[in-house]
Design a protein around this ligand. Structure first.
Ligand code: FES
Length: 99
């Protein structure tokens, strides 16, 4: 699988795929890793929520924290195994926005 570059960072898509596709584990996800997840990547398989949808509801003010992201997008509302990834994306975006 090819590598992807974003904002000067190179991240192995195969490593990300391994991280996101192993639904039996809930790996810790750093904010740095979260920042490198492409907008079109599905991060919540149960409710088909992409990283971009999470970023969008935070950017447009529809959501202001993890709880409201969960309400707006339904991310984490199924098995819950995406919680670490969704949390890291939310924290990353809030820090980027200075919130
Ligand atoms: S993968 Fe998000 S709730 Fe199951």
């Amino acid at each position: 699988m090819p590598d992807s570059s974003s904002a000067g960072h190179t991240f192995s898509l195969s490593a990300l795929s391994d991280l996101l596709s192993d639904k039996d584990q809930t790996p810790a996800v750093s904010e740095q890793e979260a920042a490198q997840i492409a907008d079109d990547t599905i991060v919540c398989w149960c409710n088909n929520v992409s990283a971009g949808e999470i970023r969008q509801v935070l950017a447009d003010g529809t959501a202001t924290d993890l709880e409201s992201v969960q309400r707006c997008t339904r991310a984490t509302g199924g098995c819950g195994k995406c919680l670490a990834t969704v949390t890291a994306i939310v924290e990353c975006e809030l820090h980027r926005a200075g919130r």
